[in-house]
Every structure is written in C-alpha cells, then in structure tokens.
Design a protein around this ligand. Structure first.
Ligand code: MN
Length: 351
C-alpha cells in the first residue's frame, strides 16, 4: 500500500485499463458526483466504465443522460473517489452487510484491519482529498490540500488529455467538475487555495458556465426540508458555543422529508453564533449520522475519537445508540474548554 503517490501513477493505471469500475461514497454530494466527469472522460477514450454511487434525489440532475451500468466487470480496475474511509464506499448491499459485520466484530470502524476490508472488496486506486483517508487502496493519491476531488480531477484530466491528444473537457465534464468545486468550497468560501481558482478558471476557459442557474440548482430546497426546519429549531441545544440539534426519523417522516433534506439543515445551524456545530440525524434505531462543523476549531480529532472522519473543519460520525449523542456533545464542550485554556474556561473564580 502506498500513500500519496504522484498523480502520474494514477494516470498510468487508468490509461492501462480497458475496464474500470468507479465508486464513490454513500449519501453522495455534488463533489462525489464528479465521479461522472471521470467516467465520461474514460468512456470517450473507448474504455468500458461502470459507476457505483449513492446520489440523493436532489442531486440526480448530475447523472449523465447516457447512463453507466453499476455492475463491475470481474477484471475491472477499481477506483474509489472522494471517499475518506472504506466503510463509506457505495458498495453493493451484500458488501455493505459485510462492512457492518466487520465493524460489529472489531467494535468500531477504525479498529478494522486493512486486510479485513480487502476481503470485502479490493480497491486498486484511491483519489481523494479527505485528511483522514488512511489509504485503503493499492495506490492512493490523497491530497488534503485540495479543495475537492473535482479540483484533483481537473489536473488529472489535463494530464490525460496531454498524453492521449484527445479532447476530454466536454461541456458535461466541465459542468460536472465546476459543480464539484463550488459545492465543496461553498462558492469559494472555504478550503480554497490558488490552485482552486486556477482549476475553476481553466474550466471556465473550456466551456460556458451558467453560474446563476447552477447556484439556483444547488441551493433550492424542498418544501418538506423547510417544514423539517421546525424540528431542527425545536430540538436545538445551544450551550457554551456548542450548537446542536437532533432530527428523529419520526420527524423526517412527519414532514414528508428525506434524510438528505434533513442532512442539509446543517447549513441552517451554522448560521447561528457558535464554534462547534453538531447535527444528529437518526437514520434508524441503531444508526445516528452526525455532521460536525468547526468554526475556527479543528473538529476532525473529535470525529475520529468516535470512529468518524472527514476534513479538519467538516467531518462526520456514525453513532450506534442514542446515549452517544450526549457523550459527543459533552466531548465537544470539553474540546472547546481545553482550547480556551483553564483561565478563560473558569472566569472570575480567581484561579
Ligand atoms: Mn469532496
């Protein structure tokens, strides 16, 4: 296993394969949908490509008109994109059952040894920008400095285009990649660097982009999601700069909303003053998905303490029982208290 291989090794592996299976993460977002930019580019090179994804209904418009089959060819090169840890891969139902079984056997996700994951499915190439990615592929191109997987794919496809001398940045590819960048950076508000703007400028130079239409498409929320905001407000807890709320499955159903609608409410929490934001979403009785956000506070170690992962300021955790909600809230408060130092966390007591 090699972590942080240079991009040209990935390029060589992709070009050498005739069959490729591209796989991204469950509960997909617009950056994970850039799997389709790579899929379209590889298809235009005459390769057979299959794609496994899990895009919510609100993002189905990012799926290309000419569909990709999901079932991988036996000899396919398997490429995982935008997925920080093996357990989040959008695997088949059978494989996901095995993932759940491994986690149960080893107690928690990050305790599962790499070989046990390989038994579920072996991954040849990883392309990702999550800081917590352990490198679960045969070769791993992981760049936490990159704003998005989309930004990485811009440089990758530039290199491929150079090598093969064919046009890969078609309108669809450009549109998909640009959407990934603006989605992960929230329109260049976070995680950007000069290379992010270079990548975006390059895309703009290759096709016409309607940013107004795109932002409307990305920002429109369903009426059900708006209604579910009532539950978000009702269950709000706001203590010591830890802003959190819980959305129960019964509330999701009552609003006629989807889990995707519920997860998007994190943005609303983040509008409140605070430093750590936690949105708990009950998916099932033994599965509570948590979105963690930090404002000037690195929350990745907190997520990892609970077996989760992600980026420094944006991370996710899956809890297996309700009592952990309180534990995680308390741990977040402790993290803030320790970051403030003893004098400030205990004001006016003459310590
Ligand atoms: Mn991403």
């Amino acid at each position: 296993m090699t972590i942080a291989v240079p991009m040209d090794q990935v390029c060589a592996r992709l070009l050498a394969a005739d069959d490729l299976h591209l796989i991204t993460h469950v509960r997909g977002d617009a950056d994970s949908a850039t799997v389709y930019a790579l899929a379209l580019a590889l298809r235009s090179l005459g390769k057979r490509v299959t794609v496994a994804h899990d895009l919510p209904a609100s993002l189905q418009w990012l799926i290309p008109a000419a569909p990709f089959a999901e079932e991988a060819a036996a000899s396919a090169l398997v490429v995982a994109l935008d997925t920080g840890n093996f357990a989040r891969l959008a695997l088949s139902r059978q494989e996901r059952a095995k993932v759940a079984d491994r986690i149960a056997r080893y107690g928690r996700e990050d305790a599962v040894p790499a070989d046990a994951w390989r038994d579920v499915r072996s991954i040849d190439v990883v392309v990702d920008h999550h800081a917590s990615n352990p490198g679960y592929g045969d070769i791993n191109w992981v760049d936490p400095e990159s704003s998005s997987t989309a930004e990485m794919l811009v440089t990758l496809l530039q290199e491929v285009e150079l090598r093969v001398g064919l046009t890969l940045f078609t309108d669809d590819v450009v549109h998909t990649l640009f959407t990934g960048i603006v989605s992960d950076t929230q329109w260049f508000r976070r995680d950007t660097r000069a290379a992010t703007y270079h990548a975006a400028a390059y895309l703009e130079s290759r096709a016409r982009l309607d940013k107004v239409a795109l932002s409307e498409q990305l920002e429109t929320r369903s009426v059900a999601s708006f209604v579910l905001g009532t539950a978000l407000r009702r269950n709000l807890k706001n203590e010591d700069d830890v802003v959190s709320s819980v959305i129960w499955q019964v509330e999701v159903r009552a609003a006629g909303a989807s889990n995707d609608d519920a997860a998007q409410l994190t943005e609303e929490l983040e509008r409140l003053p605070g430093r750590v934001y936690l949105l708990f979403l009950e998916l099932s009785e033994r599965e509570i998905r948590v979105r963690l956000r930090g404002r000037g506070v690195v929350i990745l170690p907190l997520a990892q303490k609970f077996g989760g992962g992600g980026h420094d300021y944006r991370a996710g955790v899956t809890l297996t029982d309700r009592s952990q909600i309180h534990t995680l809230r308390t741990a977040a408060a402790q993290l803030l208290a320790s970051s403030r130092g003893p004098a400030e966390s205990d004001p006016g007591r003459g310590v």
